[in-house]
Design a protein around this ligand. Structure first.
Ligand SMILES: Nc1ncnc2c1ncn2[C@@H]1O[C@H](COP(=O)(O)OP(=O)(O)OP(=O)(O)O)[C@@H](O)[C@H]1O
Length: 247
């Protein structure tokens, strides 16, 4: 489904590569977790796969489509949930979602039904006509998520979808994503929540300093690392205890 070959990225003016010669294949209907310390290159990789930035070298395809040849088709089959909220604060939740839907050519009754159904699924129907600037962080994240799936993407990319949300919102978000996945959506997400990734993901890859260090099913990785009881132990084992501060 997703085939990544020798992807590297060096930002303009940067001294180092943010992603280095990365190869990865992700199958249809996987829930794939990209894990790694701050600055490892997770957002950079997701941004490349979403065609938001161009790789310095290397290629990738999604469902056989490439950004060089099939940019518009590619946009239609993917959904993107960015780290930052991409919402208009002075518009209501419903108005924001109508706007998102219209960007994918959706309109009328069909769009309204989809919006209402997703709002209900994510516990937000009662707030449909309230302005976004009155929403909590967890509510905004759920609206952002709905906006990215109205067009039924085959592949959904999420950059830390559960950061800064309470446990209740997190559980609703994870359950919603699991339902999408059961209905055929392949999910690729980045997270620092290793407990969450351990139970949520079919496979994970740990990235460090722009390189893919290890990949596999969470339980397999735990078994392969002597003394590891969970994915966090594996993570520390692989990436070490040093802080990754930089400016
Ligand atoms: N626009 C940019 N210009 C220059 N360097 C950048 C840019 N964006 C990211 N970087 C650098 O690329 C490296 C990887 O950053 P990236 O945001 O992809 O990491 P990450 O794994 O998503 O980190 P985090 O977990 O903190 O979100 C870092 O060293 C970062 O400083």
């Amino acid at each position: 489904m997703i085939d990544i070959q020798h992807i590297s990225k060096k930002y303009k003016g940067a001294d180092n590569f943010s992603v280095t010669n990365l190869d990865l294949s992700i199958s249809e209907k996987e829930i794939f977790g990209l894990l790694g310390p701050n600055g490892a290159g997770k957002t950079t990789l997701i941004s490349i796969l979403c065609s938001l930035i161009k790789p310095t070298s290397g290629t990738f395809s999604i469902a056989g489509l490439t950004y060089q040849k099939n940019k518009n088709q590619l946009k239609q089959i993917i959904g993107i949930v960015p780290q930052e909220y991409a919402l208009y604060p002075s518009l209501t939740a419903f108005e924001n979602l109508k706007y998102f839907g219209s960007m994918y050519g959706l309109k009328g009754k069909n769009l309204n039904t989809k919006i209402n159904s997703a709002l209900e699924h994510l516990g937000l129907l009662a707030f449909a006509h309230k302005k976004i600037d009155t929403f909590s962080g967890g509510m905004k994240r759920r609206i952002n998520l709905i906006g990215s799936v109205l067009h039924n993407p085959k592949v959904l990319f999420l950059d830390e979808p559960t950061v800064g949300v309470d446990v209740q919102s997190k559980n609703v978000i994870i359950a919603f994503l699991q339902d999408l996945n059961k209905n055929g959506t392949t999910i690729i997400y980045t997270s620092h929540h290793l407990n969450e990734a351990e139970t949520f993901c079919t496979r994970v890859a740990i990235i460090d300093h722009g390189k893919l260090v290890v990949k596999g099913k969470p339980q397999e990785l735990i078994t392969q690392h002597p003394g590891a009881n969970n994915l966090e132990d594996v993570f520390i084992n692989i990436t070490g205890k040093a802080l990754r501060d930089h400016a």
